[in-house]
Ligand binder design. Sequence first.
Ligand SMILES: CC(=O)N[C@@H]([C@@H](O)[C@H](O)[C@H](O)CO)[C@@H](O)CC(=O)C(=O)O
Length: 307
Amino acid sequence: MASHLPRRVTGLVAATFTPLTEEGELNLSVIEPYINYLGKEQDVRNIFVNGTTGEGMSFSVEERKSLAAEWCLRAKGKMDYVIVHVGCLSLKDSMELAQHAGKVGADGIAVVSPSFFKPKTADALRLYLQKVASAAPTLPFYYYHIPTLTGVNLLASDVCKGIKKLIPSFSGVKFTGTDLMDFGLCVKYSQAEHLLLYGIDEQLLTSLVLGANGAVGSLYNYLGRHYNKLLVAFAEGDLDSARACQFNVQVFLAFASQYGFDVALNKQLMSDLSGLNLGPPRLPVIPCPSATVATIAEKCRQIFLQN
Ligand SMILES: CC(=O)N[C@@H]([C@@H](O)[C@H](O)[C@H](O)CO)[C@@H](O)CC(=O)C(=O)O
């Protein structure tokens, strides 16, 4: 039987922001220029949509479908890989979104654990993930581990145990956690069968040492070129340069954190730095004062335009 291996995503994956109008409605017209910006200005060719950065959980199923369809349509021929996040509190909603993602041409889907009624065991979470994956059985499936936001503190390495038998389309983990022992075990047990995409941008270098295959994050929206230098330096064994790149991000985030760096500030920063009008965040997230955004954007330019 001819084997049909799905394409693999590697390198940087921008976790996209969701463009909104000033009234808080979807602004789909920004998606095409956004994709052009990522490719041309940041040299980033993979996207992760409707995730944390994209405030996916704050949108209705219909809105998420419109977003997924538009991102996939506009990404055609311009992006190498589109992962659509389809996690919801309702299993049925997630299944509907998974099926829809397949229809509109996503390259993969990712799912967070439900976070109101939480799975108590890795078994329970695996069964949940299996159900969602079964709605789009041919689409590469990624488990999205983000314990600080879901409050689900199951080890990703436990969730991944035996998962391929349950979910034949299982392709990897998007690991947004600081437990590097858990991350290391995910890498070890995957035996290079599935991918480990790391999600804490300020610690990317550490994850590369442990074997990360790629990175999904918000900072790759506006610091893609900088992070590409880090990836190249690491691949060439130039650890001094790779560290210098990572330290610059840490200095920048330490500065931004004093002002309460969150998805609102991050989104507004992206608008300032890219010239795209991404609009406000959706409630309950509150916009950040524009003077604060300008201060942080200025710091960002100072650090990264000089290095
Ligand atoms: C909690 C959170 O938003 N984490 C971001 C990071 O990119 C984060 O913004 C960055 O590391 C700065 O702290 C990503 O992991 C989230 C992400 O990939 C997503 O949008 O789903």
